[in-house]
Design a protein around this ligand. Structure first.
Ligand code: ZN
Ligand code: ZN
Length: 315
């Protein structure tokens, strides 16, 4: 483990010193060096994720497919790969970071004025419970709870469903489908999650690993995979069949009261709030109105534009 983290840190330093820092000095952005150093780690993590999806993910889709697909010539899957690259290569997170930094600085300033230097979930625990792995799991659970309610809101409010429906419009789900989202939808979710992480006092170095773990699990859940983790495993972690039910074309999910399986990592939220459907099955995916001809757009630009039009009631 130590050898891995040493190798990881040296790679981060090498990339930073040989490519990023010279670029920043040349463009007059030397005041951003510290943030750029962190950015390099996000970039590296994203590249590892893409490599894992393209190797392990695709291998398992070949071995254990939920449905027959010929996605090599499917334009919709190519678009999903494009979405995955702009998200995981750090291009989109960079955009969010630039917009959110001033917001967070003022939020931290406000908290400090109230005498709260840095709230922390960890501080609430008795000393004997503060094992790093337990604390990490607790943060993961707390943030997943927030994610569950964001997802419920994405289905409940019409304007948000207009954006989130883009994610549901994929009829050929694969390990690349997780990032098919409207950029505004992603921005809202990232902003809420990062605020929650800040308020819970999650250390920034751990936030990266929470996000990486969440994203990898989400890629796995969207895979064309006939995989169950057993009775207990399927109740502990969201399996592909569980999330596939959420994407089922038979369910009209434009209202959260009619949808199922909103949990992002842990199905316990659906079990607790009675939105779980635990009957394992593999149904076609998409949105019911696609069968009546509604068009959610073919390429990236069309999909982004049509979502905005739906949001203001134009399409
Ligand atoms: Zn959804
Ligand atoms: Zn999904």
């Amino acid at each position: 483990m130590q050898a891995f983290s040493d190798l990881w840190a040296s790679l981060q330093t090498w990339l930073f010193e040989s490519a990023v820092a010279p670029l920043l000095f040349a463009s007059g952005g030397s005041h951003l060096l510290e943030q750029a150093y962190d950015g390099v780690e996000w970039f590296m993590a994203g590249i590892v994720e893409i490599m894992l999806i393209a190797s392990v993910g695709l291998l398992f889709e070949r071995l254990l497919p939920a449905e027959k697909q010929s996605w090599l010539h499917n334009r919709q899957v190519s678009v999903d790969i494009f979405y995955t690259f702009i998200h995981r290569s750090g291009l989109f997170p960079l955009f969010v970071f630039v917009l959110l930094t001033p917001l967070f600085d003022s939020l931290e300033g406000m908290l400090r004025m109230q005498g709260i230097v840095r709230p922390s979930l960890e501080d609430l625990l008795p000393d004997t419970w503060r094992h790093p792995l337990f604390v990490f799991a607790l943060y993961l659970l707390a943030l997943d709870f927030v994610d569950y309610w964001i997802h419920r809101a994405q289905h409940r409010w019409n304007w948000w469903w207009a954006l989130h429906s883009l994610h549901h419009s994929q009829r050929t789900m694969t390990v690349w489908s997780d990032n098919r989202n409207h950029l505004l939808d992603d921005f809202l979710r990232d902003a809420i999650m990062a605020t929650a992480a800040l308020l819970l006092g999650l250390p920034p170095s751990q936030f990266l690993w929470v996000v990486v773990l969440t994203r990898l699990m989400q890629s796995f859940q969207h895979g064309n995979l006939r995989v169950s983790m057993g009775w207990l495993g399927d109740r502990m972690f969201v399996a592909p069949w569980f999330h596939r039910i959420h994407h089922s074309i038979r369910d009209d999910v434009s209202n959260d009261a009619r949808g199922h399986n909103f949990a992002v990592l842990f199905p316990m939220w659906d079990l607790v709030f009675k939105t779980a459907d635990m009957r394992i099955r593999y149904e076609p995916t998409g949105i019911a109105d696609q069968l009546e001809g509604r068009d959610y757009g073919d390429g990236f630009i069309a999909q982004q534009w049509r979502s905005l039009c739906r949001m203001v009631g134009l399409k």
